[in-house]
Design a protein around this ligand. Structure first.
Ligand code: HEC
Ligand code: HEC
Length: 98
């Protein structure tokens, strides 16, 4: 009888662990899920200087900080709340203003 109770307790614990295990961690991913997702009007073309995109993701700050482009140029396409600051909050970088 005690064995059955023990097996039941183990099974319930397992079910709870599996059931509540976080299925994903939210990240600022383009077209991802949740409030951190990066969203842009799909009708907008990506400018040439975004290519390759993984270079741009890690170097856009240099381009803006060097003054080659200004933030105002970016906001022509980007909404700060949905495609700059959700990522900046995640990585802990200054907010981009309107
Ligand atoms: C002409 C419109 C346009 C302008 C201007 C523009 N962007 Fe973009 N940006 C896009 C589009 C469209 C994408 C998505 C590209 C893709 O998914 O291939 C993008 C993607 C990005 C990404 C990558 C997001 C991700 O995680 O994939 C960053 C960072 C970014 N832009 C920053 C900037 C900055 C900084 C500027 C100003 C210097 C700027 N953009 C100017 C349209 C624009
Ligand atoms: C996918 C993530 C992501 C997106 C989207 C993004 N950034 Fe960034 N940005 C970063 C990271 C990471 C850094 C910091 C890098 C470092 O400190 O080395 C940064 C830094 C910057 C900096 C330099 C800040 C400083 O204190 O020197 C500027 C300016 C900037 N981003 C502009 C923009 C603009 C404008 C947009 C929207 C058009 C944008 N970023 C969208 C990830 C992103």
């Amino acid at each position: 009888m005690r064995k059955v109770a023990l097996i039941l307790a183990v099974l319930i614990t397992l079910a709870l662990v599996v059931g509540f295990y976080p299925s994903y961690v939210e990240k600022p991913v383009k077209d991802g899920a949740g409030p951190m997702a990066i969203r842009l009007d799909p009708g907008l073309p990506a400018p040439e200087y975004h290519s390759p995109l993984d270079w741009w993701q890690t170097h856009h700050m240099d381009v803006v900080n060097q003054g080659d482009l200004t933030q105002a140029d970016c906001l022509y396409c980007h909404e700060p709340a949905t495609s700059c600051n959700n990522c900046h909050h995640y990585v802990g970088v200054v907010e981009i203003g309107e």
